[in-house]
Write a new protein. Structure first.
Length: 292
């Protein structure tokens, strides 16, 4: 074997992951070497309240980041409502700059996310705000990123979609527009026209999609994508798409006993919202993730 990657998981009696150890294959020594480790703390309801991310270096695990004080909007769907994010400072061996993220979710998938930074112990100030708006079919209408400046929110980046539908509620045309800060208006960017719809080829595997998860979400670096109940075995194709539908990464995911559990490395991608799209025999499975 030239290269490989494996994860070992430790669960509690309720089936919640407490520890994930990731290793990479060293073809020179033909051994598995430690890579990263995530340690999870759970509450009485067996939901994560904190997790610590570490990387292997100089013969030991070194802290990198810590997500703590997690509260959940929907634990089953891995949708948090608030959490705090800390970075490890290796120079001082202390936890450095801290951020607090609060998320308000809507039934159609829309949500509002506000990031605050800690100015001093117990004092939080606004930093950034993301607004994701969907229509009643779950299609994205608008994405807005705003920075806090002079005691008000100022648009840093925004994109919106003008959608028209067929009689069967399929998107027929999408006009994508970008916000122009110089004119405070939206300018046309691209137009997508859809036709010759094929039901079987693009059907959504809604049951599997509801059970699939991607976490942590949002993430700074990596996320784990899981799906259970697949019919096929072996390798299936998946893609990571940006907000305009462009494929930014192609993945080959291995199905073992009907399940996928794959760590995705998003560290090189710019901040924003992405869609992980899996092409299974049952149909397409799509899950969104925010890279901070």
């Amino acid at each position: 074997m030239n290269q490989g990657f494996r994860s070992t998981h430790t669960y509690n009696a309720a089936g919640t992951i407490l520890l994930r150890v990731n290793e990479s294959w060293d073809s020179i020594t033909n051994t598995w070497l430690p890579d990263t480790r995530q340690t999870y703390t759970v509450n009485a309801s067996n939901q994560w309240t904190e997790f610590l991310g570490e990387s292997w270096g100089n013969g030991s695990y070194v802290p990198e980041y810590r997500i703590r004080n997690i509260t959940w909007h929907d634990w089953a769907a891995m949708l948090p409502s608030s959490y705090e994010d800390q970075e490890w400072n290796p120079t001082s061996n202390t936890w450095g700059e801290e951020f607090r993220i609060t998320v308000t979710h809507q039934p159609n998938g829309s949500y509002l996310e506000i990031t605050q930074r800690q100015a001093s112990p117990g004092t939080w100030v606004n930093d950034y705000r993301f607004t994701y708006s969907n229509d009643n079919f779950g299609n994205e209408l608008q994405y807005t990123g705003e920075q806090w400046a002079n005691n008000t929110w100022a648009i840093d980046y925004a994109r919106r979609n003008l959608l028209s539908y067929t009689a069967g509620n399929q998107v027929r045309r999408k006009v994508s527009q970008d916000y122009n800060p110089a004119t405070s208006r939206y300018d046309n960017n691209t137009v997508f026209s859809y036709s010759n719809f094929v039901t079987l080829g693009i059907r959504r595997a809604t049951g599997l999609e509801a059970a699939a998860s991607i976490y942590p979400n949002p993430t700074l670096r990596t996320a784990t994508f899981t799906v259970d109940g697949l019919r096929e075995q072996g390798i299936v194709k998946a893609e990571v798409l940006n907000t305009v539908g462009q494929v930014v990464e192609t993945l080959a995911l291995r199905v073992q006993q009907g399940s996928i559990k794959q760590e995705l490395n998003l560290a090189a991608l710019p901040a924003g919202m992405y869609t992980v799209r899996l092409h299974a025999a049952e149909g397409t499975i799509a899950k969104r993730i925010v890279k901070q």
